[in-house]
Design a protein. Structure first.
Length: 219
């Protein structure tokens, strides 16, 4: 099967594939930043002593964690332009969908991380006169983030893989660009094998780095 493997097609398509990979990286980075910010807010809301706030945050998390990501992408691809009354483009619609979806998962990671901080740390902050917000900012969250780094990075790897779903709204990410070349040149084996190898190398590298961090933080 690989005797007729055309390496030249892969080499010639590298610039075009790199354009798609740039979109994949950009979308992953922005979704991580937005998801982390939203996740922190949701986690604090879920841990709030105000029942209404905690209930609303919990309902949000349970709703999005029960939905397939591809369905959420379709929702926001059609819903966001309808709400704003004008087209916003596939990229921004997908970015909103990824951010809101990942925020639900990051919320649970954050909540677990915050609850992993010993109560004595929180009480010590209260004893020196820190407010709740100051306690979270200077005492709890720095320790929680340290505990959460491995699982946060694992979720980032999953998000990186999930960005391939943007093909449903016509965005030219790494996978879509590879498919275009494969169809145009009639070289499906070459292009999809290349995609598989690239994803494998990147995800394996991230996974090994995460394992090193887990061993380091477990000491």
């Amino acid at each position: 099967m690989f005797s007729d493997f055309d390496y030249q097609v892969v080499i010639d398509s590298i610039p075009f594939l790199w354009e798609g990979m740039q979109l994949t990286f950009l979308l992953t980075f922005l979704a991580i930043v937005g998801g982390l910010f939203l996740g922190v807010l949701l986690a604090l809301a879920r841990l709030s002593h105000i029942k209404v706030v905690s209930f609303l945050a919990g309902s949000y998390v349970n709703f999005f964690r029960s939905m397939p990501l591809i369905l959420v992408i379709f929702w926001f691809y059609f819903l966001v332009p309808f709400i704003l009354g004008r087209p916003v483009g596939g990229f921004y619609s997908v970015l909103v969908a990824f951010t809101l979806f990942e925020g639900a998962y990051y919320c649970e990671i954050m909540r677990a991380g915050i609850q992993s901080v010993k109560m004595g740390q929180l009480q010590a902050g209260q004893a020196i006169g820190l407010t709740y917000i100051q306690n979270m900012r200077y005492v709890v969250l720095p320790q929680a983030f340290r505990n959460m780094i491995p699982i946060l990075l694992t979720q980032a790897v999953i998000l990186f893989q999930d960005t391939s779903l943007v093909y449903v709204v016509g965005l030219h990410d790494f996978l879509v660009n590879a498919e275009i070349v494969a169809t145009r040149e009639n070289r499906l084996i070459e292009m999809f094998s290349t995609v598989a190898v690239v994803y494998f190398i990147l995800c394996l590298t991230f996974s090994l780095s995460i394992r090193k961090l887990q061993r380091r933080f477990s000491v």
